[in-house]
Design a binder for this molecule. Structure first.
Ligand code: PGA
Length: 256
């Protein structure tokens, strides 16, 4: 059985220490009571150190939103795995907002190197994949997502893959209120993501790896996603910035 995992991606929000601490103080006690679900928050780098202690004492995992694959060097504005490894357990890799940054978008190759770096530094990567609207309408979702999965995981062994978390995040569903249906998300995760992993790396890795759905997840739709056999949790943007995040984790616990 795969343990559900709900992760909050704060993006570029709540990055001042006082506001981040205030929010965490609101959610930590009710979250503490919830069993059988891994819960993680991924705030901006600026508050990782301040949150690390409070979070770990309250059974909440902490993640960063990105790392560089090198350990150090001339990379202005970047942060490396060893810089956050003592604070965090997770790191989001390849979010579509980073893949898409004008002119500086991250390639599949860069994402692969970041996944490898995360694992080398003892961090669990939450690897994001997902198609855009044009690709969806052209019927290219399966081929595109499968290619992203293969590129991100290439060269890893079965044990490494089974510790990774993947997040299927169709780009058209992120921040739009137009969530993918649970049936469609279940099918892409089962057939395309686990299917690709099974084909390339073996059935056991495919069955062990946890795969989240992300894109306009909220308290109204989380239960439906969690009721699907292939979906192991959610990567949540907007709703992770509100006390509603606790409800998402509770709902995931009820269906686990
Ligand atoms: P959303 O964002 O929940 O606001 O749609 C999800 C994400 O970008 O990870």
């Amino acid at each position: 059985m795969r343990k559900p995992i709900i992760a909050g991606n704060w993006k570029m929000n709540l990055g001042r220490v006082e506001e981040a601490l205030e929010f965490v103080r609101q959610i930590r006690s009710p979250l503490y009571e919830v069993e059988n679900v891994d819960r993680v928050i991924c705030p901006p780098f600026t508050v990782l150190a301040a949150l690390a202690e409070v979070i770990q004492a309250n059974k909440i995992g902490l993640g960063a939103q990105n790392i560089h694959w090198e350990e150090s060097g001339a990379h202005t504005g970047d942060i490396s795995g060893p810089m956050i490894a003592a604070l965090c357990q997770y790191v989001i890799i390849g979010h579509s907002e980073r893949r898409a940054i004008g002119g500086a978008g991250e390639s599949d190759e860069a994402i692969h190197k970041k996944v490898q770096a995360a694992l080398n530094h003892g961090l669990t990567p939450i690897i994001c994949v997902g198609e855009n609207l044009t690709q969806k309408e052209a019927g290219e979702t399966q081929a595109f997502v499968s290619g992203q999965v293969r590129a991100a995981l290439t060269g890893l062994d079965q044990d490494q893959i089974s510790t990774c978390v993947l997040a299927y995040e169709p780009i058209w569903a992120i921040g739009t209120g137009q969530a993918a249906t649970a049936v469609d998300a279940n099918s892409i995760i089962g057939l395309t993501i686990r299917g690709t992993i099974a084909e390339t790396f073996g059935e056991s890795a495919a069955q062990q790896v946890r795969v989240q759905y992300g894109g306009s997840v909220n308290v109204g739709n989380i239960a439906e996603y969690m009721s699907m056999p292939e979906i192991d949790g959610a990567l949540v943007g907007g709703a992770s910035l509100k006390p509603e995040f606790v409800e998402l984790v509770k709902q995931a616990s009820l269906t686990s």
